[in-house]
Design a binder for this molecule. Structure first.
Ligand SMILES: Nc1ncnc2c1ncn2[C@@H]1O[C@H](COP(=O)(O)OP(=O)(O)O)[C@@H](O)[C@H]1O
Ligand SMILES: [Mg+2]
Length: 257
């Protein structure tokens, strides 16, 4: 899928990221093509969420070396909202509760900019809610406030469908979802990607996500570096072997069993 002739949606070169005075990512390079879906898997604490934070520009994650390019533009130091405006979206591992803001407020300006009428907006919201199995009675709530983990992930997927992005980073979208919800959310994301050529980086600890979300490539992150790359069969393999093979010396020393 990755071609040298087409400019990648995302290109990361030798990225080093520190947080809390510690280097967490130690030289990450990655290219993602238009419409391509990749999975990044790895043990707990390997740096998966740090990578998603760095791609989205979350404060507190300092890029000490390397760069991040989005359609060729250097976005390494851009604030998050500007990255979002360029077409980057994150479904966070822990979706944020936004008191005082409801869903309509959140999508209103983005959709009005696309010349969508109020009536169309409400219709689209209801359609998408039904498609993703998000109770329409919850549409009036403040964003993510008092929602269950599963409802939050459905709502984030609904937002992704309403406000199209060029690249979606999904950080453990499978956490908090039962298998039916996981299937619904994954199918919606697969369809979105097929319809709009949205690229996807799906971060997960478990191969079960990749039984329902189709990906082109799987990369394994361990102790801040990519240590393996393969097709979807690599996820199957990991289901049997676990991440033991990729455990760092540090981890093995602190857990000698
Ligand atoms: N803001 C931060 N400050 C200090 N340490 C952090 C911060 N964010 C992550 N870490 C540390 O970086 C390592 C990788 O964390 P994370 O990226 O969340 O891993 P994963 O998502 O793969 O489980 C962990 O040891 C974690 O404690
Ligand atoms: Mg994480």
């Amino acid at each position: 899928m990755t071609s040298n002739l087409v400019e990648p949606v995302l290109e990361i070169k030798d990225l080093h990221v520190s947080a809390g005075d510690r280097e967490i990512l130690k030289g990450i390079s990655l290219k993602v093509a238009k419409g391509e879906k990749i999975a990044i898997m790895g043990p707990n604490g390997s740096g998966k969420s740090t990578l998603s934070s760095a791609i989205l520009g979350k404060p507190g994650y300092e890029v000490t070396n390397g760069e991040i390019r989005f359609f060729g533009h250097d976005i390494t130091v851009l604030p998050t909202y500007e990255r979002a405006r360029l077409g980057l979206a994150l479904v966070s591992q822990y979706p944020q509760e936004v008191e005082g803001v409801n869903l309509y407020d959140l999508v209103d300006s983005a959709l009005k900019a696309r010349e969508m009428t109020e009536e169309d907006l409400f219709r689209r919201l209801r359609e998408e809610a039904e498609e993703i199995g998000f109770a329409t009675s919850l549409l009036d709530r403040w964003v993510n406030v008092d929602l269950s983990g599963g409802e939050k992930k459905r709502l984030e997927t609904l937002l992704l469908a309403l406000v199209p992005s060029k690249l979606a980073v999904l950080d453990e979208i499978d956490s908090g979802l039962d298998i039916d919800a996981l299937r619904q959310v994954s199918h919606r994301i697969d369809a979105l990607s097929a319809d709009t050529s949205m690229a996807v980086i799906a971060i997960t600890h478990y191969s079960r996500l990749l039984k329902v979300l189709t990906v082109d490539r799987v990369l394994v992150l361990a102790h801040g570096e990519f240590v393996a790359e393969g097709g979807p069969e690599l996820a199957e393999e990991l289901e049997h072997t676990g991440y033991k093979e990729y455990a760092s010396q540090e981890v093995e020393e602190s857990f000698p069993f």
